[in-house]
Design a protein around this ligand. Structure first.
Ligand code: GAR
Length: 192
């Protein structure tokens, strides 16, 4: 199963996927391409480290969504890698009909909350400010409705008294690093 990873940031989840692959824990999946919408994204450095092609693709003209010329460039770059699965690992843009249609049924996203709670930006901060006793992370299918596609798997994280944004973020990220490679391995074995 050919996997393309899209990201915008430091790439700790992409790293977890690649470490799982190295350790033989990614099932029949293998990462064939990493793409970022920011030239300075840490995720791009993983390419050289793990021997996977990695490149910046210009997402212009929009700031928070992928549409128009930027969308066309991303569609072309992803298509070239012939993916069976497109993994959004910290890709901080809303995908639109063009991209979703080009890779229909093949796109999954990682979100740092127990969806449907706290969709959108800053899922970890939202949960902390809401005062809930538990949050977590979700891997779900990507559809036109932001953060609302079918949920594939979730992991729970307790919020302790005195929890800070930093301490909670560390716990959620640790849960994400286990959850996402596990779901990819499962999908690679044909599980839905
Ligand atoms: C992750 O926590 C992921 O859940 C979040 O961005 C972070 C990326 O970290 N994604 C979203 O908030 C999507 N709405 P990483 O670059 O270290 O993998």
């Amino acid at each position: 199963m050919r996997v393309v990873i899209l990201g915008s940031g430091r790439g700790s989840n992409a790293e977890a996927i690649l470490l799982a692959q190295q350790a033989g824990r990614l099932g029949a999946a293998r990462v064939v391409q990493i793409l970022a919408d920011k030239p300075e994204a840490g995720i791009l450095a993983l390419g050289a480290r793990f021997g996977v092609p990695a490149k910046f693709v210009d997402p212009a003209p929009f700031r928070t969504k992928l549409e128009g010329e930027g969308e066309a460039r991303f569609i072309a770059a992803v298509r070239q890698a012939q993916p069976d699965l497109v993994v959004l690992a910290g890709f901080m843009r809303v995908l639109k009909a063009g991209f979703l249609g080009a890779f229909a049924g093949k796109i999954i996203n990682l979100h740092p909350s127990l969806l449907p709670a706290f969709p959108g930006l800053d899922g970890i901060g939202q949960a902390l400010r809401a005062g809930v006793k538990e949050t977590g992370c979700t891997v779900h299918e990507v559809t036109m409705d932001v953060d609302a596609g079918r949920i594939l798997e979730q992991a729970r994280v307790p919020i302790e008294p005195g929890e800070t944004l930093d301490s909670l973020a560390a716990k959620v990220h640790a849960a994400e690093h286990k959850l996402l490679p596990m779901v990819i391995a499962r999908l690679s074995h044909g599980e839905k």
